[in-house]
Design a protein around this ligand. Structure first.
Ligand SMILES: *[C@@H]1O[C@H](CO)[C@@H](O)[C@H](O)[C@H]1NC(C)=O
Ligand SMILES: *[C@@H]1O[C@H](CO)[C@@H](O)[C@H](O)[C@H]1NC(C)=O
Ligand SMILES: *[C@@H]1O[C@H](CO)[C@@H](O)[C@H](O)[C@H]1NC(C)=O
Ligand SMILES: *[C@@H]1O[C@H](CO)[C@@H](O)[C@H](O)[C@H]1NC(C)=O
Ligand SMILES: *[C@@H]1O[C@H](CO)[C@@H](O)[C@H](O)[C@H]1NC(C)=O
Ligand SMILES: *[C@@H]1O[C@H](CO)[C@@H](O)[C@H](O)[C@H]1NC(C)=O
Ligand SMILES: *[C@@H]1O[C@H](CO)[C@@H](O)[C@H](O)[C@H]1NC(C)=O
Ligand SMILES: *[C@@H]1O[C@H](CO)[C@@H](O)[C@H](O)[C@H]1NC(C)=O
Ligand SMILES: *[C@@H]1O[C@H](CO)[C@@H](O)[C@H](O)[C@H]1NC(C)=O
Ligand SMILES: *[C@@H]1O[C@H](CO)[C@@H](O)[C@H](O)[C@H]1NC(C)=O
Ligand SMILES: *[C@@H]1O[C@H](CO)[C@@H](O)[C@H](O)[C@H]1NC(C)=O
Ligand SMILES: *[C@@H]1O[C@H](CO)[C@@H](O)[C@H](O)[C@H]1NC(C)=O
Length: 691
């Protein structure tokens, strides 16, 4: 009995004694923790959010400092978490003294400098996240000492300053000894050298991120023999060669296989079909060849990108039965064959289908309109033929439609069924259905008929390419209302009539309209041909249109002409002279940047069938020219004689005001020159043709 009572008193006392002893023992190390954190604070050079400056003070215990937590019993620092705090500074070696640290997260700051070797002392560490900083140096040669490490993240550490060339460098061999590692994230960290196969021996690994580095070498053929838990393998944007290991089918839990933009060769292994959890495949931009394994059709894919390889044969129809698919990108391969006519029926979640630049043929599968979430459809540069896919009008979220360079025809079908029925006023409920369409390319088909008036309902349209078809009729004036239109091309068709001139059409140049049957008004878009080089249209950054007159340096006398023109334009400024904006002048390139005259040269207006001037306009032009000459002759200290005045050198601006241009042959007379002399030089040039 006594013993028992004794015991019950004694036990807590014993506990207390041990506790005190433990506290006493940990005391010096507590101080070491404090010292390490103060040292860390001292290495912070910028703390704009005042995270540490106001909080990390000696007034409170380090265990109350923001971002720090300590063990309940031993009061040693176990966590140092200050992610995304906009801290700038370096990491002092003293941090290696936080020997009870379990969780270190300093990601998303501006830490720079070396990773201290002393981090190898953090033997209780489970989580190290230093991603998104500016650290460099070899990753912890002593990393293998961190045997408890589960998460190791150093991704997105790039020297943006460029002063130090060595970055994170190479991953040490010893990483293979980390038997608890579940995640290694070192993407975008300037890693180079051959990829270490040791890493693939860590059977605890679930996520491997090594994308966007300069890793070379090959993947071991037995890659997946020791990785039963792997869920993500992200190696895209490196320089890996070899084929895709056939053992890939053994990584049974793989969900993401991202090997794009490398130099992988050979066939896609059929065992990929054993990956029953795979949802993302990115193999784009490699040198893979052969046919797409049918087995891919068994996978629960959401994302499939294999563009830009040498794949051939037809696309296994089963792929279009994967109802979870959201994105299919197989463009730029050598695929042939037809698409299944039921393609859209089983793809309810599809948002992007890009099969461009292949050899796919057949009628367009109208069932695609059942993939009603589709926003991007790129089938350009294939061999699709037949009537225009009028069912596309049902795709009300469509933003980009690229069908360029196929063999669609029967534009009338397009007009009747696709857009006009959809957008015409008779069907108000569907008018807005393609209101999100920003990009429409139907170029290089065999489309006939008119451009439907109803195109004016495509209110978001920025890009419209109808070039290289057999379209006839006029360009609907109502297209002037497409206020976002930035690109318009109807060249190489059989269009006629007037070109719309308001709204976005103010910004289009002649190239948009060339090679049509009888489009009037073309001169409006062209700067006239010229007697010493070429004239180009251009736009300055601010949007201002300019004419750029480039002198052909091969032509004799061109230098003289350039100098004369510069001199005249420099000294003159008059409403009826073409205004100079800038010059560009070096040894073998000379150009003048001039005010752009949207209505072109007078010559076109005098001698073309489609454009004509009434008597008042003619009179105004004569008066304008007379004002210009009056100014040149008498308006300043030096008289200038144009010597080459003719309708092709009289340019008309937007309001049909005439401006005299081209001073390449002009003569400059000193003050003393007589009126008589002026008359003589001038005569030949002054034959005005237009009254
Ligand atoms: C105190 O820290 C030192 C080195 O930092 C270590 O060697 C020692 O074992 C620690 N003592 C205790 C009681 O944790
Ligand atoms: C530091 O921040 C922590 C957590 O936000 C807070 O509990 C503590 O009171 C702060 N200490 C000081 C001295 O501001
Ligand atoms: C580190 O903190 C950031 C921001 O809170 C978080 O997103 C990230 O997952 C953390 N790292 C780890 C390994 O938990
Ligand atoms: C972080 O710092 C940068 C400059 O160092 C500053 O431009 C930015 O606004 C800061 N962000 C926050 C949230 O304070
Ligand atoms: C902590 O680390 C530094 C540098 O790694 C070392 O010089 C120092 O002796 C260590 N111990 C204490 C108690 O600060
Ligand atoms: C790569 O790292 C740099 C610097 O750390 C960062 O600015 C950039 O966004 C990262 N790029 C990617 C694709 O993660
Ligand atoms: C991976 O582990 C296996 C067996 O555990 C061993 O035979 C092989 O050499 C290891 N590979 C590497 C690269 O360490
Ligand atoms: C894939 O699975 C099939 C049957 O389930 C099996 O016969 C084959 O060996 C597996 N292939 C690989 C590479 O695991
Ligand atoms: C596909 O390409 C492979 C080699 O890359 C070739 O052997 C095969 O005959 C091609 N198949 C077809 C249908 O063109
Ligand atoms: C796709 O699924 C439908 C419905 O389950 C089925 O009728 C059709 O045969 C399947 N197609 C292929 C190529 O397996
Ligand atoms: C594409 O396939 C054709 C045969 O259909 C072949 O002649 C051609 O060489 C292939 N092109 C490439 C780049 O593989
Ligand atoms: C496919 O779309 C058409 C027209 O919208 C519709 O009549 C049909 O019921 C749809 N089929 C399926 C399987 O959703």
């Amino acid at each position: 009995m006594e013993k028992m009572i004794m015991g019950s008193i004694f036990l807590p006392m014993l506990f207390m004694q041990r506790f005190m002893a433990a506290l006493a023992m940990s005391q010096p190390n507590f101080t070491a923790d404090q010292f390490a954190l103060l040292e860390f604070k001292a290495h912070i050079t910028s703390d704009p959010l005042n995270i540490m400056s106001s909080n990390w003070t000696s007034a409170t215990s380090i265990c109350n400092w923001v971002g720090v937590s300590c063990g309940a019993l031993h009061r040693r620092v176990t966590t140092l978490d200050l992610p995304n705090m906009n801290l700038t500074g370096s990491l002092p070696p003293q941090l290696g003294n936080l020997s009870f640290l379990v969780d270190l997260n300093l990601s998303g700051n501006n830490f720079h400098g070396h990773l201290p070797l002393e981090f190898g002392k953090l033997q209780r560490l489970r989580v190290m996240d230093l991603g998104n900083n500016f650290l460099y140096g070899s990753i912890l040669d002593d990393i293998w000492l961190l045997s408890k490490l589960e998460i190791f993240k150093v991704g997105s550490n790039n020297q943006r300053t460029g002063t130090i060339s060595r970055n994170i460098g190479e991953i040490p061999q010893e990483i293979g000894n980390l038997h608890n590692l579940e995640e290694v994230a070192a993407g975008n960290a300037s890693l180079s050298g051959p990829i270490l196969s040791n890493i693939f021996n860590i059977s605890s690994l679930r996520w491997i991120y090594l994308y966007t580095n300069s890793l070379s070498g090959t993947l071991p053929i037995d890659l997946c023999y020791h990785l039963p838990n792997l869920e993500l393998l992200s190696l895209y944007e490196n320089q890996l060669q070899s084929s895709i290991p056939s053992s890939i089918g053994r990584c049974k839990k793989l969900q993401n296989l991202l090997l794009g933009t490398n130099k992988f060769t050979g066939y896609i292994p059929r065992s990929i079909g054993n990956l029953t959890e795979l949802s993302r495949i990115n193999l784009r931009e490699n040198n893979l060849e052969g046919e797409t394994p049918e087995e891919i059709g068994n996978l629960p894919l959401r994302f499939l990108n294999m563009r830009y390889n040498f794949l051939n044969g037809s696309i296994p129809p089963m792929i279009f039965n994967i109802s979870t698919l959201e994105v299919i990108i197989l463009g730029r391969n050598n695929l042939s064959g037809h698409l299944p006519s039921t393609i859209g029926l089983w793809l309810p979640k599809l948002t992007a289908l890009k099969l461009y630049q292949n050899k796919l043929s057949g009628n367009f599968p109208n069932s695609l309109s059942n993939s009603s979430l589709l926003t991007i459809l790129s089938l350009n540069e294939n061999l699709f033929y037949g009537p225009f896919p009028n069912s596309l009008g049902h795709l009300r979220f469509l933003e980009r439609l690229r069908l360029r360079n196929n063999m669609f025809h029967e534009y009338s079908t397009l007009e009747r069924s696709f857009l006009s029925s959809l957008l015409s006023c008779n069907l108000p409920s569907t008018i807005g259905d393609l209101k999100d369409l920003t990009y429409l390319s139907l170029a290089e088909n065999a489309l006939e008929g008119n451009i439907p008036q109803s195109f004016d309902g495509l209110v978001s349209l920025e890009f419209l390419d109808l070039s290289n078809n057999i379209l006839s009729g006029v360009i609907p004036k109502s297209l002037e209302g497409l206020s976002y239109l930035k690109f318009f091309n109807v060249s190489f068709n059989r269009l006629e009539g007037e070109i719309p001139c308001r709204g976005s059409f103010r910004n289009f140049f002649a190239q948009s309209f060339i090679r049509n049957t009888a489009l009037c008004d073309l001169p409006r878009f062209q700067v006239p041909p010229w007697s010493f080089g070429s004239v180009y249209n251009g736009a300055l950054l601010g949007g201002m249109s300019v004419a750029i007159k480039v002198f052909n340096m091969q032509v004799k006398g061109v230098l003289q002409s350039f100098n004369t023109e510069c001199e005249v334009l420099r000294s003159c400024c008059h409403r009826n002279l073409v205004k100079i904006i800038s010059t560009c002048c070096n040894e073998d390139f000379k150009a003048l940047v001039l005010e752009f005259m949207p209505n072109g040269a007078l010559e076109k207006w005098l001698y073309s069938d489609t454009c004509c001037l009434n008597i008042l306009q003619r009179l105004d032009i004569v008066i304008d020219v007379a004002f210009a000459l009056e100014y040149l002759h008498h308006g300043q200290s030096v008289s200038i004689i144009h010597c080459d005045l003719k309708p092709s050198n009289v340019l008309l601006d937007e309001d049909m005001v005439a401006h005299v241009g081209d001073f390449g042959l002009a003569k400059l007379l000193g003050k003393g020159a007589s009126v008589m002399q002026t008359m003589q030089i001038a005569t030949i040039g002054y034959r005005l043709h237009f009254l």
